[in-house]
Write a protein that binds this ligand. Structure first.
Ligand SMILES: Cc1cc2nc3c(=O)[nH]c(=O)nc-3n(C[C@H](O)[C@H](O)[C@H](O)COP(=O)(O)OP(=O)(O)OC[C@H]3O[C@@H](n4cnc5c(N)ncnc54)[C@H](O)[C@@H]3O)c2cc1C
Length: 338
């Protein structure tokens, strides 16, 4: 085990603990940099114990700027480059933001609070998404945003870790003290032993299936309580998400399910005939400031607090962690040393 930070060496073997989106990207960066990497995951390769399993997978730094600090935008923009570089084929079809006439002021506010979009009128909305023909007179189009399907991209990232020479051990939950080399703790909410101020913010979602609608990109519907969205998945499926509730219980309330399904129905009535495939929830790991953190302490590194931006931020956080280990670079906005 490392005794202190200065003993982290460039040629150390690296054990990444937790194979969710944060750990997968850390393992990939360190394996590609030539380290001997083992990625440990307590669960199975189905990854159902990870918050990442439940995520929407939107890569949307411009839309998220409405509710996030500039650091999320900065790291998010860098991550888009890294997704393109490291996972070619990641869809970058943009995002659409729509609102009902009664939520007009929310729409204008969203337009003011964000950048990287252009206003498009009904005909252009239909050109982009023929299924939405005639449904919205105006939309905001964020052309450079992307989205991934978490349950497909996690195995893909794991395969890339192996291809880069790394090992992955499922059903493995080593004690940090057992680690020989550098430990990178990416345990998400399970890291509360190290971070008592970590909390879970519940996000509920529904997956439905219908062949009546086709979408090429996430569609966000402005809503007074939550940012609601519909994300296309393979096989005529759509993820409808997500609530944001300061509670750590499991399951989905009737109220949330009604709101999520009503939002989809409001975007297109054909969702009323869709088949419900799954209803579930995940807990977003968050620090009190809702910002991500790379904590460097006692010779270990922990990457946590990815909150509602894990897929957006994980690549940039991995790049920063590697930059610290390889070259001693410190990003004061994200890193906490000691
Ligand atoms: C409904 C919902 C929608 C979301 N949508 C988006 C989105 O559109 N875009 C976006 O960027 N983010 C989104 N998020 C946020 C994103 O899911 C999280 O930020 C991200 O999943 C956190 O990743 P993580 O790797 O830190 O944690 P996790 O995904 O929870 O991974 C931690 C892993 O560590 C493992 N582990 C724990 N303890 C141990 C141990 N002792 N040994 C070994 N392994 C261990 C766990 O089993 C788990 O697999 C959403 C979240 C929710 C809930």
């Amino acid at each position: 085990m490392f005794q202190n930070t200065r003993e982290i060496r460039r040629d150390s073997p690296v054990a990444v603990i937790g194979a969710g989106i944060a750990g997968a990207w850390q393992a990939l960066f360190f394996a590609k940099a030539g380290h001997t990497v083992t990625l440990h995951e307590r669960g199975t390769d189905a990854m159902t114990q990870a918050t990442s399993h439940w995520a929407g997978g939107m890569l949307a730094p411009w839309c998220e700027a409405e509710v996030s600090e500039p650091i999320v935008t900065r790291l998010g923009l860098r991550s888009l480059v890294l997704w393109r570089e490291q996972v070619p084929g990641t869809p970058f079809n943009g995002s659409l933001v729509v609102a009902h006439p009664r939520d007009r002021s929310d729409f204008e506010r969203f337009a003011r609070m964000t950048s990287g979009h252009r206003r498009i009128q009904g005909d252009d909305v239909s050109t982009l998404e023929p299924s939405l023909d005639g449904r919205f007179r105006e939309a905001l189009f964020f052309p450079d945003e992307g989205h991934v399907e978490p349950r497909r991209v996690l195995p893909e990232l794991h395969a890339r870790v192996r291809a880069a020479g790394g090992r992955i051990e499922f059903g493995s939950a080593p004690e940090p003290a057992e680690i020989d080399g550098l430990a990178i703790d990416c345990r998400g909410l399970a890291a509360r032993d190290a971070f008592p101020d970590l909390r879970g913010v519940k996000g509920e979602m529904v997956i439905v299936e219908t062949s009546e609608i086709a979408l090429s990109r996430p569609v966000r519907l402005l809503h007074p309580r939550w940012p609601l969205y519909i994300i296309p998945r393979e096989g005529n499926r759509f993820m409808i998400g997500a609530s944001s509730i300061e509670r750590e219980d499991e399951g989905v309330s009737v109220r949330s399910a009604l709101e999520l399904l009503s939002a989809a129905y409001a975007v297109h009535p054909a969702f009323g005939e869709a088949r419900i495939v799954e209803i579930g929830s995940g807990l977003r790991p968050a620090f009190p400031d809702n910002l991500p953190r790379i904590a460097i302490r006692d010779g270990r590194i922990a990457v946590n607090g990815l909150f509602r931006h894990g897929f957006l931020l994980a690549p940039a956080l991995a790049e920063l962690t590697l930059g610290y280990v390889a070259r001693g670079e410190i990003d004061n906005e994200v890193m906490q040393c000691g």
